[in-house]
Write a protein that binds this ligand. Structure first.
Ligand code: ADP
Ligand code: ZN
Length: 742
């Protein structure tokens, strides 16, 4: 994305009050083009940001008061907003953020608002809780030791929750229930207390002694946090240099100032190590926000954030839309990570939008990475972002030595993926009692199953994609739509029996080879399907830390951020994997991924070694990794992009046309092609079938718009789309700053 331009419409409007009979705009969390007008009902005063219930056709909906309305509907026809919900109003900055994101991504504001209202339960007042007191007219009852203890605790007449009673009396809750059933104690309703959020993080606890480099960086971040005001700082440090410890100093400062803090992580479900470190530093856990929360956890967290009761949230990209009333600092860790890009619904890049959120809120943001994105590096070079550099690993740990294995020269047995050289290194590592990781960014057993007789490939019926064999689960699986099938006995094309061959390796197949060659190694697979829950992930991490596992066979999910002191060897089994295809960022991303994987090796006293199995040792990515020449690599990347006017030197947006009816999809795509904008510095490519010409049963065509950096891309797209008659059966998605070209 280009630099976050000016905050819209000048200064924030402030909290506007609306009185009975006033016209108000209400934004609903629905895919509508804008606000709907309503009236403020009698005996009600509303402010911007209030959550209200409004009639919508025959039903009722909950929305947010969004200014004075459009005036598009005659006053006499307006219906009244019916009720204000008992919950803090959506902060002004959150509303400006929703508008900004909607304008930038060309999404409907209601669709963006929906992300900010992601816990509908939280809008209702907290339910009263049931506590117990002694019944003064208790009937006779059977006495037991446990019951006596409970009654002793209750002698002070203070109402308590069953949980608390059980805890204080040292009994189970069944005892409490028995006493209640016997009428010895009576329930009373207590207003809900502020949700039990545990202890708050304590900024005053001492952090570790920082090295001089770390201290210099931490001081800058502390000062920027103390001063408040918008700023972007890139914390660029090699893996293991202590970036987390350094930005924790800024977190401490924000807490000291009484502010809230948001830390964005790319794989929040796998954040066990990060959470432990946070607790060590601040004596308490932060609030979490990600898709694995239960409805009750979401409700509690949303409300605690809205009420200012939770100070620190660590979350995935959607945490950006939480209603922080007093956000003081944002940290975006692993800022280069492409999982910050949301590809469904509202298509946005959380890293970029976090910068915008910081700007709208007038607060600092820290972007941390060992492999910052080209966009961010160029912003730092241009002086828009302040650069802080941590060039060394903490405590004298050395960076791993990176070497490659030229697969063209290795005599790797057929249907095997570990070269003789890599096998030797594995053996040596195991002999030293150390740990190793084999990295292969491919889930399952084999990416392709084909018939040896007729060449038929097992393909997903709904997607332009092969079915991936998952042998552990005994099925073929489409990684795009989730379609599963039993591996067939007969070829569906030529009917030949048992004629299937599996082509290429996934992590399961690699694990099979490891078991064959090294039967004594305790190996474990780490992939998104084997680490489905945060609990499963935390358990695996613990087993690695405890050295119950010698060898991790993992996809990118295990490549990021982890710190395993005994891990000294990393082998990238197919280092070339990400380089195919015409993706703008293929080289950059492969470099980042391999560098991150390499960063897992030798993080403590024992030096690490990284071996890249490649058929292209001369490729600039391999060269840069070998020579440790990140600057040279980025400079070459930047030059290539500048010559082609590609981001961040030019702007891109993709239009994806999709629908069940292929002819209708083609018609719309062609109409878009005919109406394509022209002009100086504007080019349009396509329409063309998307690489995934079919996905989840829908046909897909793509167009790509490329403009100068100065061009108002959003305005161009608006005008373009306005010329296309609305279609019911065909969807046009706009992806501003696309990361995926599929
Ligand atoms: P990065 O985020 O740059 O990869 P980390 O912050 O994870 O680095 O630090 C790597 C390891 O070194 C962690 O275990 C961390 O606790 C430790 N560490 C870093 N800095 C210090 C320090 N100043 N004192 C003690 N331990 C440190
Ligand atoms: Zn599919």
């Amino acid at each position: 994305m280009t630099k976050p331009s000016t905050p819209e419409n000048g200064a924030p409007p402030g909290l506007q009050k609306h009185y009975p009979g006033d016209r108000i705009g209400v934004l609903l969390p629905l895919p509508l083009s804008g606000v709907y007008d309503y009236l403020v009902a009698e005996n009600m005063t509303l402010v911007d940001g209030d959550f209200v219930t409004v009639p919508l056709g025959a039903r009722r909906a909950t929305g947010v008061v969004w200014g004075a309305g459009t005036g598009n509907v005659a006053q006499a026809k307006l219906k009244a907003a019916q009720g204000r919900l008992d919950c803090p109003p959506l902060p002004d900055v959150s509303r400006r953020f929703v508008d900004w994101v909607a304008r930038y991504t060309l999404a409907q504001p209601g669709a963006v608002l929906k992300m900010a209202m992601s816990s509908p339960d939280a809008l209702a007042p907290p339910k009263p809780v049931r506590a117990y007191v002694l019944n003064p007219d208790a009937p006779a009852f059977k006495k037991t030791k446990a019951r006596e203890k409970v009654l002793q605790v209750m002698a002070d007449d203070r109402p308590r929750l069953p949980k608390e009673l059980a805890l204080e009396a040292g009994t189970g809750t069944s005892v409490i229930k028995g006493l209640a059933d016997a009428g010895v104690i009576t329930p009373i309703a207590l207003p809900a207390r502020p949700d039990n959020l545990g202890t708050a993080p304590d900024w005053a606890l001492a952090g570790p002694d920082l090295s001089p480099d770390q201290a210099t960086a931490a001081t800058v971040l502390e000062k920027r946090t103390e001063a408040a005001g918008f700023s972007v700082t890139l914390l660029d440090g090699v893996p293991g240099s202590g970036k987390t410890e350094v930005y924790f100093q800024a977190v401490a400062e924000a807490l000291k100032q009484g502010g809230q803090v948001l830390v964005l992580l790319p794989e929040i479900a796998l954040s066990a190590q990060w959470l432990t470190r946070f607790r060590q530093r601040f004596g308490a856990l932060p609030g979490e926000w990600h898709s694995d929360l239960t409805a009750a956890q979401r409700r509690r967290t949303w409300r605690a954030v809205a009420g200012g009761d939770t100070q620190v949230i660590v979350g995935a990209r959607s945490a950006l839309f939480l209603p922080f009333p007093g956000l003081r600092l944002i940290v975006c860790d692993e800022e280069h990570d492409s999982s910050f890009k949301q590809e469904e619904g509202v298509i946005y890049n959380a890293r970029d939008m976090a910068v915008v959120r910081a700007q709208l809120g007038g607060i600092p943001i820290v972007l941390a990475s060992a492999t910052p994105s080209l966009e961010t590096v160029i912003n730092a070079d241009a002086g828009r972002y302040r650069l802080l550099h941590l060039p060394e690993r903490h405590a004298g740990a050395t960076l791993p030595e990176i070497g490659f294995i030229d697969m063209r020269k290795e005599k790797t047995p057929s249907q095997c993926w570990l070269s003789p050289s890599l096998r030797e290194h594995l053996t040596a590592t195991m002999e030293k009692g150390e740990q190793a990781m084999l990295f292969l960014n491919r889930r399952g057993y084999a990416p392709l199953t084909l018939c040896r007789t007729c060449g038929h490939r097992m393909q997903c019926p709904s997607c332009t994609a092969w079915l991936v064999e998952h042998r552990a689960g005994g099925r073929l699986l489409c990684h795009h739509c989730g379609f599963t099938a039993q591996p067939p006995r007969h070829c569906p094309e030529c009917q030949k029996e048992d004629s299937f061959a599996t082509c290429g390796p996934g992590v399961e197949r690699l694990a099979e080879e490891v078991r064959d060659v090294f039967p004594h190694i305790r190996a474990e697979i780490a992939a998104s399907d084997t680490l489905a829950s945060p609990k499963a992930a935390a358990a695996l991490i613990k087993r690695i830390e405890d050295h119950d596992i010698d060898l991790i066979i993992g996809t990118q999910i295990i490549a990021k951020g982890y710190h395993f002191p005994m891990l000294t060897l990393v082998g990238a089994v197919d280092a070339d994997l990400g380089l195919g295809g015409g993706d703008l960022r293929a080289a950059e991303r492969t470099y980042q991924l391999l560098y991150q994987v390499a960063g897992r090796a030798g993080r403590a006293e024992r030096p690490g070694r990284v071996l890249l199995q490649t058929y292209m040792p001369e490729h600039p990515v391999m060269k840069a990794l070998l020579d440790g020449d990140r600057e040279g690599f980025l400079a070459a990347e930047a030059e290539g992009r500048e010559q082609a006017s590609m981001p961040p030197f030019g702007r891109l947006a993709a239009l994806i046309v999709s629908g069940l009816n292929e002819a209708a999809v083609d018609d719309t795509a062609l109409a878009l092609g005919r109406a394509a904008p022209t002009g100086h510095g504007i080019s349009v490519f396509g329409p063309a079938p998307a690489p995934f010409a079919m996905l989840r049963g829908k046909h897909r065509r793509r167009l790509l718009l490329k403009t100068d950096k100065e061009c108002n891309l959003q305005a161009v797209i608006h005008e373009w789309l306005a010329q296309i008659p609305a279609q019911r059966k065909v969807r046009i998605q706009v992806d501003v700053d696309p990361y995926s070209f599929l």
